[in-house]
Ligand binder design. Structure first.
Ligand code: NHR
Ligand code: GAR
Length: 212
Protein backbone atom coordinates (compact mmCIF):
# COMPACT_ATOMS: atom_id res chain seq x y z
CA UNK A 1 0.00 0.00 0.00
CA UNK A 2 1.29 3.45 -0.88
CA UNK A 3 1.36 5.77 2.08
CA UNK A 4 0.07 9.18 1.04
CA UNK A 5 1.39 12.20 2.91
CA UNK A 6 -1.15 14.23 4.86
CA UNK A 7 -2.41 17.19 2.79
CA UNK A 8 -1.79 20.49 4.54
CA UNK A 9 -3.11 23.91 3.71
CA UNK A 10 -1.54 27.34 3.79
CA UNK A 11 -2.82 30.89 3.77
CA UNK A 12 -0.30 33.50 2.58
CA UNK A 13 -0.59 37.15 3.65
CA UNK A 14 0.92 39.86 1.44
CA UNK A 15 0.90 43.65 1.17
CA UNK A 16 2.49 44.33 -2.20
CA UNK A 17 4.51 42.72 -4.95
CA UNK A 18 4.24 39.20 -3.58
CA UNK A 19 7.48 37.77 -4.96
CA UNK A 20 8.02 35.65 -1.83
CA UNK A 21 4.47 34.34 -2.12
CA UNK A 22 5.18 33.54 -5.78
CA UNK A 23 8.39 31.69 -4.83
CA UNK A 24 6.41 29.53 -2.38
CA UNK A 25 3.60 28.81 -4.84
CA UNK A 26 6.06 27.88 -7.59
CA UNK A 27 8.14 25.66 -5.29
CA UNK A 28 4.98 23.88 -4.09
CA UNK A 29 4.03 23.18 -7.72
CA UNK A 30 7.47 22.20 -8.99
CA UNK A 31 8.33 20.04 -6.00
CA UNK A 32 4.84 18.57 -5.66
CA UNK A 33 4.34 19.46 -2.01
CA UNK A 34 1.39 17.78 -0.28
CA UNK A 35 -0.19 21.20 0.11
CA UNK A 36 -3.05 23.34 -0.96
CA UNK A 37 -2.45 27.08 -1.10
CA UNK A 38 -5.90 27.82 0.28
CA UNK A 39 -5.77 31.58 -0.17
CA UNK A 40 -3.65 34.67 -0.66
CA UNK A 41 -4.90 37.58 1.44
CA UNK A 42 -3.73 41.20 1.18
CA UNK A 43 -4.36 44.23 3.35
CA UNK A 44 -4.26 46.32 0.15
CA UNK A 45 -6.61 45.85 -2.79
CA UNK A 46 -3.94 47.11 -5.21
CA UNK A 47 -1.29 44.50 -4.33
CA UNK A 48 0.26 43.23 -7.60
CA UNK A 49 0.68 39.84 -5.92
CA UNK A 50 -3.10 39.33 -5.97
CA UNK A 51 -3.02 39.21 -9.79
CA UNK A 52 -0.45 36.41 -9.78
CA UNK A 53 -2.55 34.45 -7.27
CA UNK A 54 -5.71 34.88 -9.37
CA UNK A 55 -3.85 33.74 -12.49
CA UNK A 56 -2.86 30.60 -10.58
CA UNK A 57 -6.49 29.94 -9.66
CA UNK A 58 -5.78 30.56 -5.98
CA UNK A 59 -8.57 32.10 -3.89
CA UNK A 60 -7.82 35.70 -2.93
CA UNK A 61 -9.24 38.06 -0.35
CA UNK A 62 -8.65 41.65 0.64
CA UNK A 63 -8.99 42.77 4.23
CA UNK A 64 -8.08 46.45 4.00
CA UNK A 65 -6.69 47.90 7.20
CA UNK A 66 -7.92 51.31 5.99
CA UNK A 67 -11.50 50.09 6.46
CA UNK A 68 -11.00 49.53 10.20
CA UNK A 69 -10.67 52.15 12.89
CA UNK A 70 -8.42 50.10 15.20
CA UNK A 71 -5.73 47.44 14.92
CA UNK A 72 -7.88 45.16 17.08
CA UNK A 73 -10.82 45.39 14.66
CA UNK A 74 -8.60 44.89 11.62
CA UNK A 75 -6.92 41.84 13.16
CA UNK A 76 -10.31 40.37 14.09
CA UNK A 77 -11.52 40.72 10.48
CA UNK A 78 -8.26 39.31 9.15
CA UNK A 79 -8.50 36.35 11.51
CA UNK A 80 -12.09 35.63 10.43
CA UNK A 81 -11.03 35.72 6.79
CA UNK A 82 -8.04 33.43 7.37
CA UNK A 83 -9.95 30.94 9.52
CA UNK A 84 -12.56 30.60 6.78
CA UNK A 85 -9.84 28.64 4.96
CA UNK A 86 -8.85 26.51 8.02
CA UNK A 87 -5.12 26.65 7.29
CA UNK A 88 -2.49 24.56 9.05
CA UNK A 89 0.04 27.35 8.47
CA UNK A 90 -0.17 31.10 7.96
CA UNK A 91 2.72 32.74 6.12
CA UNK A 92 3.62 36.45 6.24
CA UNK A 93 5.28 37.16 2.89
CA UNK A 94 6.01 40.87 2.79
CA UNK A 95 3.03 41.58 5.01
CA UNK A 96 3.46 45.09 6.41
CA UNK A 97 1.01 45.45 9.30
CA UNK A 98 2.08 44.87 12.89
CA UNK A 99 -0.22 42.23 14.38
CA UNK A 100 -1.81 42.40 17.84
CA UNK A 101 -1.02 39.87 20.56
CA UNK A 102 -4.43 38.10 20.45
CA UNK A 103 -3.98 37.55 16.69
CA UNK A 104 -0.44 36.21 17.07
CA UNK A 105 -1.41 33.99 20.01
CA UNK A 106 -4.28 32.48 17.99
CA UNK A 107 -1.75 31.24 15.40
CA UNK A 108 1.01 30.36 17.88
CA UNK A 109 3.46 27.87 16.35
CA UNK A 110 1.90 28.11 12.88
CA UNK A 111 2.76 31.66 11.81
CA UNK A 112 6.00 32.26 9.86
CA UNK A 113 7.56 35.52 8.60
CA UNK A 114 10.42 36.40 6.27
CA UNK A 115 12.35 39.45 7.44
CA UNK A 116 14.96 41.15 5.22
CA UNK A 117 17.85 41.31 7.69
CA UNK A 118 19.99 39.03 9.82
CA UNK A 119 17.91 39.27 12.99
CA UNK A 120 18.34 40.38 15.73
CA UNK A 121 20.00 43.16 13.70
CA UNK A 122 17.69 45.68 12.07
CA UNK A 123 14.12 44.79 13.05
CA UNK A 124 11.28 46.91 11.66
CA UNK A 125 11.15 48.69 8.33
CA UNK A 126 13.84 50.00 5.91
CA UNK A 127 16.27 47.23 6.84
CA UNK A 128 18.59 47.79 3.87
CA UNK A 129 18.93 51.48 4.73
CA UNK A 130 19.65 50.48 8.34
CA UNK A 131 22.32 48.01 7.20
CA UNK A 132 24.06 50.57 4.95
CA UNK A 133 23.97 53.19 7.71
CA UNK A 134 25.48 50.74 10.22
CA UNK A 135 28.26 49.83 7.78
CA UNK A 136 27.89 46.07 8.25
CA UNK A 137 29.79 43.85 5.84
CA UNK A 138 27.20 41.05 5.99
CA UNK A 139 23.44 41.42 5.65
CA UNK A 140 20.74 38.90 4.82
CA UNK A 141 17.34 37.44 5.54
CA UNK A 142 15.69 35.56 8.38
CA UNK A 143 12.71 33.21 8.55
CA UNK A 144 11.19 33.22 12.03
CA UNK A 145 8.11 32.17 13.92
CA UNK A 146 6.02 35.23 14.71
CA UNK A 147 5.56 36.18 18.35
CA UNK A 148 3.96 39.32 19.83
CA UNK A 149 7.44 40.89 20.16
CA UNK A 150 7.96 42.38 16.68
CA UNK A 151 10.69 40.62 14.63
CA UNK A 152 11.97 38.81 17.74
CA UNK A 153 10.37 35.38 17.30
CA UNK A 154 12.39 32.14 17.29
CA UNK A 155 14.67 31.89 14.23
CA UNK A 156 14.13 29.07 11.72
CA UNK A 157 16.59 29.85 8.90
CA UNK A 158 18.97 32.59 7.80
CA UNK A 159 21.06 33.42 4.76
CA UNK A 160 23.83 36.01 4.55
CA UNK A 161 25.01 38.16 1.63
CA UNK A 162 28.00 40.50 1.36
CA UNK A 163 27.47 44.26 1.49
CA UNK A 164 29.55 45.93 -1.23
CA UNK A 165 31.02 49.44 -1.13
CA UNK A 166 29.09 50.21 -4.28
CA UNK A 167 25.70 49.09 -2.90
CA UNK A 168 22.59 51.23 -2.88
CA UNK A 169 19.47 50.19 -0.96
CA UNK A 170 18.12 48.75 -4.22
CA UNK A 171 21.13 46.64 -5.17
CA UNK A 172 21.41 45.33 -1.62
CA UNK A 173 17.67 44.58 -1.45
CA UNK A 174 17.90 42.61 -4.71
CA UNK A 175 20.79 40.49 -3.38
CA UNK A 176 18.88 39.76 -0.17
CA UNK A 177 15.64 39.02 -2.03
CA UNK A 178 17.34 36.23 -4.00
CA UNK A 179 18.14 34.56 -0.68
CA UNK A 180 14.61 35.14 0.64
CA UNK A 181 13.27 33.26 -2.38
CA UNK A 182 15.58 30.36 -1.55
CA UNK A 183 15.16 30.00 2.23
CA UNK A 184 11.48 30.85 2.68
CA UNK A 185 10.11 28.05 0.47
CA UNK A 186 12.52 25.61 2.18
CA UNK A 187 11.25 26.55 5.63
CA UNK A 188 7.61 26.40 4.57
CA UNK A 189 8.21 22.98 3.05
CA UNK A 190 9.77 21.74 6.32
CA UNK A 191 6.65 22.84 8.17
CA UNK A 192 4.34 21.19 5.64
CA UNK A 193 6.28 17.93 5.89
CA UNK A 194 6.06 18.03 9.69
CA UNK A 195 9.82 18.59 9.97
CA UNK A 196 9.58 22.02 11.57
CA UNK A 197 7.79 22.93 14.78
CA UNK A 198 7.90 25.27 17.73
CA UNK A 199 8.01 23.63 21.16
CA UNK A 200 8.03 25.77 24.30
CA UNK A 201 9.56 28.65 22.34
CA UNK A 202 12.28 26.47 20.79
CA UNK A 203 12.54 25.70 17.08
CA UNK A 204 12.79 22.00 16.22
CA UNK A 205 14.00 21.01 12.74
CA UNK A 206 13.97 17.31 11.96
CA UNK A 207 17.39 15.83 11.16
CA UNK A 208 15.95 14.53 7.87
CA UNK A 209 15.14 18.07 6.66
CA UNK A 210 17.31 18.99 3.68
CA UNK A 211 19.51 22.02 4.38
CA UNK A 212 18.62 25.49 3.17
N1 NHR B 1 3.44 41.22 14.22
C1 NHR B 1 3.94 40.76 15.36
N2 NHR B 1 3.17 40.84 16.45
N3 NHR B 1 5.17 40.21 15.47
C2 NHR B 1 5.96 40.14 14.38
O1 NHR B 1 7.15 39.58 14.51
C3 NHR B 1 5.51 40.63 13.13
C4 NHR B 1 4.21 41.20 13.11
C5 NHR B 1 3.70 41.73 11.92
C6 NHR B 1 4.48 41.76 10.78
C7 NHR B 1 6.65 41.41 9.61
C8 NHR B 1 7.67 42.51 9.93
C9 NHR B 1 8.92 42.43 9.09
O2 NHR B 1 9.27 41.40 8.52
C10 NHR B 1 5.79 41.24 10.82
C11 NHR B 1 6.29 40.66 11.97
C12 NHR B 1 5.58 45.65 9.44
C13 NHR B 1 6.16 46.54 10.35
C14 NHR B 1 5.62 47.92 10.52
O3 NHR B 1 6.24 48.75 11.16
C15 NHR B 1 7.23 46.07 11.10
C16 NHR B 1 7.70 44.77 10.96
C17 NHR B 1 7.12 43.90 10.04
C18 NHR B 1 6.06 44.35 9.29
N4 NHR B 1 4.42 48.22 9.98
C19 NHR B 1 3.74 49.53 10.10
C20 NHR B 1 2.53 49.43 11.05
O4 NHR B 1 2.20 50.47 11.62
C21 NHR B 1 3.18 49.98 8.78
C22 NHR B 1 4.21 50.11 7.73
C23 NHR B 1 3.60 50.31 6.34
O5 NHR B 1 2.37 50.12 6.15
O6 NHR B 1 4.35 50.64 5.41
O7 NHR B 1 1.90 48.37 11.16
O8 NHR B 1 9.69 43.43 9.09
C1 GAR C 1 10.57 41.35 1.09
O1 GAR C 1 11.92 41.74 0.93
C2 GAR C 1 10.25 41.11 2.55
O2 GAR C 1 11.29 40.48 3.23
C3 GAR C 1 10.09 42.52 3.03
O3 GAR C 1 9.38 43.17 2.01
C4 GAR C 1 9.67 42.55 0.76
C5 GAR C 1 8.37 42.08 0.18
O4 GAR C 1 8.59 41.61 -1.13
N1 GAR C 1 9.40 42.64 4.26
C6 GAR C 1 9.56 43.72 5.02
O5 GAR C 1 10.30 44.64 4.73
C7 GAR C 1 8.77 43.76 6.28
N2 GAR C 1 9.12 44.92 7.02
P1 GAR C 1 7.54 40.66 -1.83
O6 GAR C 1 6.17 41.30 -1.65
O7 GAR C 1 7.95 40.69 -3.26
O8 GAR C 1 7.63 39.31 -1.22
Amino acid sequence: MVKMPTMRSIVILISGRGSNMEAIVRAAQTENWPVSIAAVISNRSDSPGLDFARQQGIATAVVANRDYSSREQFDEALRTSIDGFSPDLVVLAGFLRILTTPFVDHYAGRLLNIHPSLLPSFPGMATHRQALAAGVKLHGATVHFVTPDLDHGPIVAQAAVPVLDTDSEDTLAARVLEQEHRIFPRAVRWFIEGKLSLNAGRVRIDASAEQV
